[in-house]
Ligand binder design. Structure first.
Ligand code: PXP
Length: 247
């Protein structure tokens, strides 16, 4: 295990997606966890969506049984909170979810929540904390969302890097990176751990690694896409070597 480096979480949803597409027993998620950990990744990330489009309930328990460290992404619903309390991941990352979206296209819109919705969030984070699960909130890189995350009792924020990924190599790239840096600095000053992820790949990763205080990156789609051609182990090792070279 690498220490004092930016940690890498590998999101295995797209492996579950292949399995689900034919309702087969393969590809094995337990095998994927083993290869991922052997390749040097620090944790496994899965997202159980309400529509079960990739990870299934049984997949989540299979992954929990073999993963050393599990980050469980989920919507802020009673169903998912109860599921998480049974699954007992190390971390829960609360994400917004819309059925019609292809992926998690933006961060949680905490600024739009009313008082009772904010209370519900707070209570759910507290329930998870009482069960020994640390909560991360997946937010867009803006200062107000960072401050609200702190007020809600989250210990971690995961900054959505999708906007940066879309603006990569355009004139707006610098501004997108600036927002990430400002959000990261604010979160760090407030005592929050700062993770980041979404849309990251071997081309656009270096700039994200240079943002101050980044503790962990969660990467899925690009790793599994590369794995189709070069295998999962090599795809993960390639990402880790980029992260290591940024130190
Ligand atoms: N982090 C969070 C919270 C996500 O929802 C996702 C997408 O499931 C990722 C990271 C990984 O994004 P990508 O698959 O684009 O690497």
């Amino acid at each position: 295990m690498r220490s004092n480096r930016i940690r890498l979480g590998v999101n295995l949803d797209h492996i579950a997606f292949i399995k689900k597409s034919r309702d087969t027993l393969y590809p094995s998620l337990a095998d994927a966890v083993k290869i991922t950990e052997d390749a040097g990744a620090d944790l496994i990330t899965i997202h159980l969506r309400e529509d079960r489009r990739h990870i299934q309930d049984s997949d989540a328990f299979e992954v929990r049984d073999c993963a050393k460290t599990l980050n469980f992404e989920m919507a802020n619903t009673m169903e998912m909170i109860e599921f998480a309390l049974k699954l007992k991941p190390d971390f829960c990352c609360i994400v917004p979810e819309k059925r019609e979206e292809k992926t998690t296209e933006g961060g949680l819109n905490l600024k739009k929540l009313n008082v009772s919705e904010l209370d519900l969030f707070k209570n759910n984070i507290k329930k998870l904390a009482e069960a020994g699960i640390k909560t991360s909130l997946f937010i867009d890189p803006d200062i107000e969302s960072v401050k609200l995350s702190k007020e809600l009792g989250a210990e971690i924020v995961e900054l959505h890097t999708g906007h940066y990924a879309n603006k990569f190599n355009s004139i707006d790239e610098f501004e997108a990176l600036e927002s990430l840096s400002m959000a990261s600095n604010t979160a760090h000053d407030l005592g929050l751990i700062v993770n980041a992820g979404h849309g990251l790949n071997i081309e656009n990763l270096t700039q994200i690694c240079e943002i101050p205080h980044i503790h962990e990156l969660n990467i899925g789609h690009s790793i599994i896409s590369q794995a189709v051609f070069i295998g999962l182990k090599d795809a993960i090792e390639k990402i880790i070597s980029i992260i290591d070279n940024c130190d």
